[in-house]
Design a protein around this ligand. Structure first.
Ligand SMILES: NC(=O)c1ccc[n+]([C@@H]2O[C@H](COP(=O)([O-])OP(=O)(O)OC[C@H]3O[C@@H](n4cnc5c(N)ncnc54)[C@H](OP(=O)(O)O)[C@@H]3O)[C@@H](O)[C@H]2O)c1
Length: 326
């Protein structure tokens, strides 16, 4: 089979397309013929040996796929050959076939195409868990989303609106903010050209925002935390900037505020019933047309290193997807 392989840790330019063996499966795994693979930030970390999971070299990046089951292990009960599925494989998705533990594989929602199915679960799953389970976002509250045109950020914008919040989308460029506006954002802040704190004071009439969704960290993080309202919640989602922020402890004290961690992968493993309920809610909203992933660009398997480079270069709005069968 064809696969993009990481032989040595490094930037996307070091990845190679080559012929490799179709993986064999364990009794609790399925073999998926990959149709499409979503591109996520951990993919750029894993090839540089900067991620918490460290697969044995050589490996293929690509952690979220859609496809068709080509073979099911003998202990797999809920899936069979021929099923259309989505899977959170962690890595291995930039390839024609991937072997995945069956507990990480789900039937593809009806009416969804392979391209959207490959890039929805991870971003919406993360953002819904963050807003619903960690922030307890209430209708009428104000939500600030940083990196709002990125993968998880844009999902947070859209979900914030579905959940009845007033959404302030903040991003580094005007063309990114246009996409946030299309997804329903009520207010837009370009933090490359505008003062984040001053704009938040103006928008909220000095009250501050109820919830901050922060997938980027870095210097904007403390400004955002200083801008929360009484009993505000600041969600620690990720560090796309590469800088993990540190905060003075008086900031949450003075506002009766909370700094709340979000780890969707661990939540899905530790609280499978709650995670399944979230998945059901999301599928219903997809069917009702309330949420839909914004796909910026579709790449071929050969072009997939460029997809990763575009993510590093902050060029992607919403999602990049690799169409493996193109
Ligand atoms: N906690 C969890 O469970 C969980 C789950 C999924 C993802 N994450 C984390 O969330 C973060 C975002 O993931 P994603 O897939 O949404 O990524 P993404 O699509 O690349 O979006 C990240 C956004 O961060 C901003 N950014 C600021 N500085 C950046 C830099 N130096 N390099 C790249 N982007 C930068 C960019 O927006 P601007 O250009 O507008 O600033 C970009 O749109 C990652 O750290 C990821 O690991 C966490």
């Amino acid at each position: 089979m064809k696969a993009i392989q990481c032989h040595h840790y490094g930037l996307p330019e070091t990845l190679v397309l080559e012929e490799t063996k179709v993986p064999s499966i364990e009794t609790n795994e399925v073999l998926i013929q990959v149709k499409a693979c979503g591109v996520n930030f951990p993919d750029v970390l894993i090839i540089q040996n900067k991620y918490q999971f460290k697969p044995t070299l050589p490996f293929s990046p690509g952690g979220e796929v859609s496809g068709v089951i080509a073979q099911a292990g003998e202990n797999v009960k809920h899936l069979k050959k021929g099923d259309n599925v989505v899977a959170l494989c962690g890595w291995g998705g930039f390839a024609e076939y991937v072997a995945v533990k069956s507990t990480r594989v789900f039937k593809m929602p009806e009416g969804m195409d392979f391209t959207h199915a490959a890039c929805t679960l991870y971003t919406y799953g993360t953002s819904y868990h963050a807003l619903k389970d960690r922030a307890t976002l209430n209708p009428g509250e104000t939500l600030l989303v940083l990196g709002a045109a990125g993968g998880v950020g844009l999902a947070a914008v859209e979900l914030g609106k579905v959940m009845g919040a007033t959404v302030i989308a903040a991003a580094s460029a005007d063309d990114k903010l246009i996409v946030c506006k299309e997804k329903g954002a009520d207010y837009l802040i370009n933090y490359s050209t505008e003062d984040l704190r001053a704009r938040l004071k103006e928008i909220t009439n000095d009250k501050g925002v109820d919830v901050v969704y922060d997938p980027i960290g870095g210097p904007l993080a403390e400004q955002a935390l200083r801008s929360v309202s009484w009993k505000g919640r600041y969600l620690v989602v990720g560090f796309a900037s590469g800088v993990i922020p540190s905060f003075p402890a008086n900031l949450p004290l003075l506002k009766g505020a909370s700094i709340v961690g979000v780890f969707w992968g661990s939540f899905a493993e530790r609280e499978p019933k709650q995670s399944a309920q979230n998945f059901t809610d999301l599928v219903a909203w997809i069917k009702e047309g309330k949420i839909q992933q914004h796909i910026d660009k579709i790449y071929t398997l050969e072009e997939s290193p460029q997809a990763l480079q575009d993510l590093i270069d902050r060029k992607v709005k919403g999602k990049a997807v690799v169409n493996v069968t193109a």
